[in-house]
Design a protein around this ligand. Structure first.
Ligand code: ZN
Length: 160
């Protein structure tokens, strides 16, 4: 049964409220996560609590329990001179920027001669989400996995 410190492998398909598929586990490759450690969004984690192998469920997750509401303060104009000449910034580009809380994914939303507008909101912020989930495997985490806070091996993390 899925509980704190379980390693859980799931197949999932994520759609928005319009039914567009936004993300899914790779074909034949379930996603592994460590339950109770915030590896996945809280709204999905709470729906999986207490489930067992073979369970199929639909989790409807509100934006507040997903990637959060959009924060307009995370939209900023940055002088073009702050960007390298190549690649030329274009709307839709995504890149990692260093923020106060570490690396953060930002999306370019507009470009003028002087400025590049960047949006630091998660691309799925402000969206209600629907996950179709099948639980493929549940096992107890190793002490090392609990210490690291993530899954090792198939479906998880490889330290190489
Ligand atoms: Zn590790």
């Amino acid at each position: 049964m899925v509980a704190k410190d379980s390693v859980v492998l799931i197949h999932y398909t994520l759609t928005n409220t319009s039914g567009d598929v936004l993300d899914s586990s790779d074909e034949g490759e379930p996603l592994g996560y460590l339950h109770g450690h915030g590896n996945i969004i809280s709204g999905l984690e709470s729906e999986l609590e207490g489930r067992k192998v073979g369970d199929k469920l639909v989790a409807n997750v509100k934006a507040t329990d997903g990637y959060g509401e959009r924060d307009e303060a995370l939209i900023q104009d940055v002088p073009r001179t702050a960007f390298p000449a190549e690649p030329v910034p274009e709307a839709g580009m995504q890149f990692q920027a260093q923020g106060p809380e570490g690396a953060q994914l930002v999306t370019v939303t507009g470009v003028t001669d002087e400025n590049v507008t960047v949006d630091g909101n998660h691309p799925l912020a402000g969206q209600d989400l629907k996950f179709d989930v099948e639980i493929v495997e549940v096992r107890a985490a190793s002490e090392e996995e609990i210490a690291h806070g993530h899954v090792h091996g198939p479906g998880g993390h490889d330290h190489g």
